[in-house]
Write a protein that binds this ligand. Sequence first.
Ligand code: ZN
Length: 74
Amino acid sequence: MGAHPKQKISRSRQGNRRRHHFLQTPQLMSCPTCGEKKRTHFVCPNCGMYKGRQVLDMDRQMRRERAAQQEAEQ
Ligand SMILES: [Zn+2]
């Protein structure tokens, strides 16, 4: 016999252990720049702004996405 639990874990202890095993919905807020819903502490995927600063070059990203679409179509 290998390692074996000495005592049965009661349903209440089992539930206590699993109390954190739930899914959380991501924290959402509306972007102060464009008003779209975005995750808190994340760069806005719509306008690429974070804390009033342009973080992502949206033109570049659009071009990249278009190129990817064209590749997918071919
Ligand atoms: Zn935005």
